[in-house]
Design a protein around this ligand. Sequence first.
Ligand SMILES: N[C@H](C(=O)O)[C@H](O)COP(=O)(O)O
Length: 329
Amino acid sequence: MNKKPLICITTGEPAGIGPEICLDLINSPYVDSHNLLLIGDVHLLNKRAKSLGKDVDFIIISNPDDFPVLKYGQLAVLHVDCPDHNCIGRPLAINASYVLNTLDIAIDLCKKGASKVIVTAPVNKDVLNQGAIDFIGHTEYFAEKFGVKKVVMMLANNLLRVALLTTHIPLAKVPSQITPENLDSAIQIIHDSFTSNFNQPQPRIAVCGLNPHAGENGYLGMEEINIINPVIEKWQQVGYLVSGSYPADTIFNRASEFDVILAMYHDQGLPVLKYSGFETGVNITLGLPIIRTSVDHGTALDLAGKGLASSVSLHSAIEIAIQLSFTSG
Ligand SMILES: N[C@H](C(=O)O)[C@H](O)COP(=O)(O)O
């Protein structure tokens, strides 16, 4: 038994690469300083390890208060039953509740105070919707479960930090969500998170326009003039280092001048980030009462079970989560 901080790691969609990238955590530099707890099916993890020739000794944990000191090669698992293990590369609706259970267990551990950090492996949103509930994304799921009205998805790699005003919605619905209230709270959440978790008391936030050329003075769209610029000016008067709105096609070239660039929608910001450094990218949910990070990639069904998947993003997600948990106290 030991009192190291508990890091909950959900192992993700069993058909994808989530379980196998988790096996690489035997080599995590944080195994000695933290209790890394995989939440998933131990038999599935064991089979995946054996089929990939990885020597992992799984220690089942039923109560995280009784977390033992692990030796090299051991990984701690809180076992959750997965109904059908015969699923590599083929997500099954029958396993959807299992995937959600792993998230709910991590959430419960945080709500009980046993942990304040959740790191997630990728899930398959389509199959979760077929088999369980309306699932838009972890970001929205955690917001709902922790009773938070608004959170901000931010992805970061070694070069860039990109936050999103809107997340998993159809492109046609984006303009209706560019509202003063939504933008106001996104800027507030980003500012507060950088102040409290990133040790950055005056974060420099660049805000993208919605339209080409940030609307070109109204000729290419009015959202900048009517909504985005007035909100930026309001926060500037408060003393925040918020600027814009900037044309999204060029502002990323100036990333080094800012701490974070706020994009208006998913595919305005994330392609730039993922192109500039996919492997080390980490997805961070700002505005939750806990630290939540994730890999920046999906389930990669075509790679699953082949031993070809990279665990670099998972290692980065754990590293950033631990850094953030230190600074948040
Ligand atoms: N939008 C994320 C990305 O492209 O990396 C991804 O879908 C994960 O989102 P959640 O963490 O909300 O599941």
